[in-house]
Structure formats: structure tokens, C-alpha cells
Design a protein around this ligand. Structure first.
Ligand code: NAD
Length: 480
């Protein structure tokens, strides 16, 4: 069976302690490769490599660094089919989704930050008759990037690219559930001429290798995307060491639909915002609130669309949903369907596993699920499920829906459907979320700040926000 390796100091190496863990293919439920379960010794080796590389990488001109990163972007693009197949196999997502979203976005992430850094300027503040301040922005040194399994290379590169572009060396860890595309990335970096030790990719569990990255005293900042509980632990661990922290955490996003919306546009987008990537996108709108005059119309049309949605193995080009990422995750999602029933909810469609034929019979397939009749403050409507499960709830007034939308501990994104301009602005202003999409969903401009409020995180990624996070400002004042 294939054994993946760590990528340290420009070479693929085995984990020092020789420990490996199984990597499952969600489509079949079978183990298909082994991945290193690295630990503090491997992290030490990666930090030493990064320390050696930092003076070289940070001293290169911005244009030289940018050129290396453009070549990485092009390298992924050249191997598009290989990356797409690997992402789909590792995660269970439809091949078409990996081909249209995940891997093209990883290409864009590298390209975007390769070019953004050329335009990144620092500030100067003139003091009339006194002097002038200018602010330099220096790379931090060695930074840690830790990412989740739902959009593996997409989110991995979203952190690594700005970290590298601004001159840092990186010790990175993809999710142990979806390590494969990060494993392939090492080869692309090598081919692109990235100096050895600039990017080190370690595999393994959060509690071993992730924790060791967070605790290493020479790692100056942690950029983390994952669950709120893990984020809380990382914050607690890193804070006494005064590390910079960027935390992108969970969500329980509202999708608010007013009666005056463009119904057909709303309906097809709501199908995507509910179930894209098997509902495993932190931005999915899992709580759908519908204004009462169109509640019954929406319910009928939505349930019909959901029932016509094809769940199939990832390489089936008709698949709209593939497999969810793992057996424990499938069981967690199913346990929430049971909880919803106990809490008085009615399952309008879905709510069960799909057993496929042949080699896919043990894969982790779930029917997309719609539940109604739940109180806004019950656990099903408050806790993150992160699967193909949405609830629908009617509302009567703006005040009522805002209260329900803002009632969770989370505040990542929100979606609003209305043609009333004043209401759109009013609601956007009052929703507790870092991102508001009006009459749309998941339209991303990489220059915009990305992140959430409350338990959805700390800090923002994207554009200048990311480049500022990965640099330290130093102000210099010169007296006239
Ligand atoms: P997770 O928190 O279990 O794991 C995320 C990463 O952290 C993995 O690489 C894991 O190995 C590592 N990790 C776990 N314990 C660690 C520790 N003690 N120290 C250091 N690293 C550790 O999350 P997950 O299940 O992989 O991902 C799903 C979660 O991610 C959901 O809550 C989802 O909302 C969230 N998410 C958020 C965003 C966002 O942008 N806000 C994007 C995608 C996913």
C-alpha cells in the first residue's frame, strides 16, 4: 500500500518515529494509503529547515519570490487532472466539484498572492513641520499553517500562499483525513524552484503534529482553519507565547428569504448553498428562514428539487453530492437527524444513508435532508452539523428573523434574499456575521476580508488582511 511522506527541507522523508495512520477513501469506505503520524521530532526537523531557509527566502526580491509562486500556480494547473482526481478520491466530493472549484481555486490562491505582494505597499505618515513616519512590513520568520478536510488544497493554499509571498518560511499541516493533494504540492514546489526548507509539509493527527507546531517556540504565528473547539485549544496554548493568531472556525449560517425575492434564482442558489460539497462548507446556509407568505410555496419547490438531486460516487458525472468525508462524520451527521426528531422536527426529505452498489456499497453517502418544525433555539438549530442537513423555519417580521439569525454563538456568513434595497442594507448592517451575501452565495473576490465574528473566529484572511497578518509592522520616525 502507498505510504505518503513528509516534505521537509525540499525532500520527501519518512516520519522519524515511523508511525503511520490509515487514509480512507470515503467513496468506498476502504483504506487506500498510509500517512505519517508525525510528532514533535518531525516538527523540530521542519523548523530547523525553515530557519536555515528564512535568510535566503526573505532576502529574495519580491519579484523573485513572486516568480516562484507564479510557477507553483502554473505547476498545479499543468497537473490539474491529477490534483482533481486526488482531491475527489481523498475527500469523497464529486470529481466535477474538485475540477470546477477546489483545484482551480488553489491555482488562483497562489497566483493571487504571487501578484498581490508586488502591489503591497507600506504606509507613511507625515507630521507637519516635525518629521515623517514610515512603516516597514517585515516577514515574521517561521509560521504554522493548519487546515481542515472540507476544501483541502483550497484552504491549505489560502494560508500558505500569503505566508510565503510575504517572505515567511512555513511549517504546514493539512488535515490527516485529506492529506493527498498537500502531499503532491511538495513536488510542484520543488519543480517551481522554491528553495529547500521554505515550505515544509507535515502529515498526521492534530493532537500530535498539529499540537507540536502550535507549541514550538520558534513558530511565530499560527493560521488555523477548523472547528471552534480546536481553535479554542490553540488560542489557549499559543496566547502565553504571544503568537499571532488567525482563527477561521465553525459556522451555523442563516439563509434569510423574503417574499419579494427572485424566486427561481433564490431556489437554485439555495439548493447549492445548502448542499454543495455535501453541506461541508463552512459557508453553507444551514438555517433557512422563509417569510411566511411564501413559506409553503418554498417548501414544496425546495423539497421537490432536493428529491431530484443525485447522490452518487464521486466519478459519476451526474453526481451533485458525493460521499461525506468519513464514517465518524457520517455518524455525527446522522445523530443530528435523530436529535432533530427528538426535538420535534419533521424530516421532509432525506434523513438516511444511501447504500450504493458494488465497490461503493460501504461508502459514506447521505441523502440531502430538509427538516421543519423546530424551535430556532433548539440544539439542531444552534450547533454546527457540517453535513447535508438544513432546517426551514417561517418568520413574520425583520425583527423576528434577525433575532433568530443572530441567536447562535457563531457569526461567519449569511445570505439574504430580497429586492427591497433599503431592507437589504438595514439587514446587512444588523446581521452578526463577517460576510453577507445579498441575492447570491459564495461569490468570492480574493481581495475582500474573509472571516467571522463571535465563535466563528478571530482575524480575517484574504487580500491585504492576510499580508498584514503574515508581516510585522515596524514604524520609523525621522525628525526634520
Ligand atoms: P478540526 O478542528 O478537527 O481540524 C482542523 C485541523 O486542525 C486539522 O488539520 C487537525 O488535524 C488539526 N488539529 C486538531 N487538533 C489540533 C490540535 N490540538 N492542535 C493543532 N492542530 C489540531 O476541524 P475539521 O473537522 O478538520 O474541519 C471542520 C471544521 O472546520 C468545521 O467546524 C468548519 O466550520 C470549520 N471550517 C471553517 C472555515 C472558515 O473559514 N471559517 C473553513 C472551513 C472549515
Amino acid at each position: 500500500m502507498e505510504k505518503l511522506k513528509n516534505f521537509i527541507d525540499g525532500k520527501y522523508v519518512e516520519p522519524i518515529a515511523g508511525n503511520y495512520i490509515d487514509n480512507y477513501e470515503p467513496a468506498t469506505g476502504k483504506v487506500y494509503c498510509l500517512i505519517p503520524n508525525s510528532d514533535a521530532q518531525d516538527v523540530e526537523m521542519a523548523v530547523q529547515a525553515a530557519e536555515k531557509a528564512f535568510p535566503i527566502w526573505s532576502a529574495m526580491s519580491t519579484e523573485e519570490r513572486s516568480a516562484v509562486m507564479v510557477r507553483i500556480s502554473e505547476g498545479i494547473e499543468r497537473r490539474m487532472d491529477e490534483f482533481v482526481a486526488a482531491e475527489s478520491r481523498d475527500n469523497g466530493k464529486p470529481l466535477t466539484l474538485a475540477a470546477h472549484v477546489d483545484i482551480p481555486r488553489a491555482v488562483s490562491n497562489f497566483h493571487f498572492f504571487a501578484t498581490a505582494i508586488i502591489h503591497f505597499a507600506s504606509e507613511s505618515h507625515y507630521m507637519e513641520g516635525v518629521g515623517v513616519n514610515y512603516t516597514m512590513r517585515k516577514p515574521l520568520g517561521i509560521v504554522g499553517c493548519i487546515s481542515p478536510w472540507n476544501l483541502p488544497l483550497y484552504l491549505f493554499s489560502w494560508k500558505i500562499a500569503p505566508a510565503l509571498a510575504s517572505g515567511n518560511c512555513v511549517v504546514a499541516k493539512p488535515s490527516e483525513i485529506t492529506p493527498y493533494t498537500a502531499y503532491l504540492l511538495g513536488q510542484v514546489c520543488k519543480e517551481a524552484g522554491m528553495p529547500d526548507g521554505v515550505l515544509n509539509i507535515l502529515h498526521g493527527e492534530g493532537g500530535s503534529v498539529g499540537d507540536a507546531i502550535v507549541k514550538h517556540p520558534k513558530v511565530k504565528a499560527i493560521s488555523f482553519t477548523g472547528g471552534t473547539k480546536t481553535g479554542e485549544y490553540i488560542a489557549r496554548t499559543a496566547a502565553p507565547m504571544f503568537k499571532k493568531l488567525s482563527l477561521e472556525l465553525g459556522g451555523k449560517n442563516p439563509n434569510i428569504i423574503f417574499a419579494d425575492c427572485d424566486f427561481d434564482d433564490m431556489l437554485s442558489t439555495t439548493l447549492r448553498s445548502s448542499f454543495a460539497n455535501q453541506g461541508q462548507i463552512c459557508l453553507c446556509g444551514s438555517r433557512i428562514f422563509v417569510e411566511r407568505p411564501i413559506y409553503e410555496k418554498f417548501k414544496k419547490a425546495f423539497v421537490e428539487k432536493v428529491e431530484n438531486t443525485v447522490v452518487s460516487y464521486p466519478t459519476d458525472k451526474h453526481a451533485k453530492l458525493g460521499a461525506v468525508v468519513s464514517k465518524p462524520h457520517m455518524e455525527k451527521v446522522m445523530s443530528y437527524v435523530e436529535l432533530a426528531k427528538e426535538e420535534g422536527g419533521t424530516v421532509l426529505t432525506g434523513g438516511h444513508r444511501v447504500i450504493m452498489e458494488g465497490e461503493y456499497s460501504e461508502g459514506y453517502y447521505l441523502r440531502p435532508t430538509v427538516i421543519e418544525g423546530l424551535a430556532y433555539d433548539c440544539r439542531t438549530n444552534q450547533e454546527e452539523i457540517f453535513g447535508p442537513v438544513v432546517t426551514i423555519t417561517p418568520f413574520d417580521t425583520e425583527e423576528e428573523v434577525l433575532m433568530m439569525a443572530n441567536s447562535t454563538q457563531y457569526g461567519l456568513s449569511s445570505t439574504l434574499w430580497t429586492n427591497d434595497l433599503k431592507r437589504a442594507h438595514r439587514m446587512a448592517d444588523k446581521i452578526h456575521a463577517g460576510i453577507v451575501w445579498i441575492n447570491s452565495w459564495l461569490v468570492r473576490d480574493l481581495r475582500t476580508p474573509f472571516g467571522g465574528v463571535k465563535a466563528s473566529g478571530v482575524g480575517r484572511e484574504g487580500g491585504w488582511e492576510a499580508l498584514r497578518f503574515f508581516t510585522e509592522p515596524k514604524n520609523v520616525f525621522i525628525k526634520y
